[in-house]
Write a protein that binds this ligand. Structure first.
Ligand code: SF4
Length: 273
């Protein structure tokens, strides 16, 4: 039997519901809720409507990526005060939990949520964890991560000053590209991370990140070298560091892309000693 809630507890629960809703964590509302609790919250029309509406965090039938596969990026949520970014990200991490929402959970050692400053002005988005990331639970810590660190350093920043996340949070077997169903299932969490951090500049590393951020698939060559408007931020698309390790000749092109990001951020390269 559910116990009756006092007014303070009810207000606290209502506030928590609003907080989740503002983050876009709509799945929270789909969990089984005690009917007695529902009845009490229904006394507050706004919360009652939220509880009984049917927002969907994950689509029952994920669209199949080819070009039509990519889900439209969700709408931007209201800005979250900078002081609350870390807590808001932790709520998203808690919501992911020990996730089994897609098949990638079967082969993972550690789920890779993100790394960096919750209030960063610059955010990088990659594809998914590799072997080193899967072992350590952090994004971009292998060879490609070392290159990314160097790229960040060349921009005059430290890794701790940026925020780094991936389209999928579990390692695809053999480092393959995430299947559409996997990307569509996991990327809503990425969008929520972006909406919390709200960087001024977002850099998509590689075609997979660009595809899910833009909601459409296009050749990388046609997307690089310019600024895309994205949810009130500037999106710049460049090569994935793993690709640059395979073809170092493209580093120059990637650096040109990063210089666009630097210009947007008002950064100058560190002077050589
Ligand atoms: Fe869950 Fe994302 Fe991992 Fe799939 S990749 S199991 S959706 S955390």
């Amino acid at each position: 039997m559910a116990q009756s809630l006092d007014s303070a507890t009810r207000d606290a629960l209502a506030e928590r519901l609003r907080f989740y809703r503002d983050l876009g964590l709509t799945e929270f509302y789909q969990r089984p809720v005690d009917p007695a609790l529902m009845a009490q919250l229904a006394a507050r029309p706004e919360e009652a409507q939220t509880e009984t509406s049917q927002p969907v965090l994950f689509q029952e039938e994920a669209p199949i990526p080819s070009r039509k596969h990519i889900s439209e990026p969700p709408q931007v949520v209201a800005a979250i005060p900078a002081a609350d970014h870390a807590a808001a990200l932790q709520i998203i991490r808690d919501e992911i939990g020990d996730c089994t929402r897609c098949a990638l959970h079967k082969g993972r050692n550690k789920l890779v949520f993100a790394d960096g400053d919750p209030n960063a002005r610059l955010m990088f988005v990659g594809e998914g964890p590799g072997a080193d990331e899967d072992a350590q639970g952090l994004p971009f810590v292998g060879k490609a991560g070392q290159l990314l660190n160097n790229m960040i350093g060349a921009m005059g920043l430290k890794r701790e000053q940026v925020y780094i996340a991936n389209v999928v949070k579990c390692r695809p077997p053999g480092n393959r590209t995430p299947e559409p169903e996997e990307g569509n299932t996991c990327s809503p969490f990425l969008f929520r991370q972006i909406d919390v951090v709200q960087p001024q500049v977002l850099v998509a590393l590689g075609a997979t990140a660009a595809t899910y951020l833009l909601g459409m698939r296009q050749p990388l060559a046609g997307l690089r070298g310019r600024v895309h408007a994205f949810r009130g931020m500037q999106l710049i698309i460049t090569y994935h560091p793993a690709y640059l390790l395979r073809d170092p000749r493209q580093k120059k092109e990637a650096w040109a892309d990063l210089q666009i990001a630097m210009k947007e951020l008002g950064l100058k390269p560190p002077s050589k000693a």
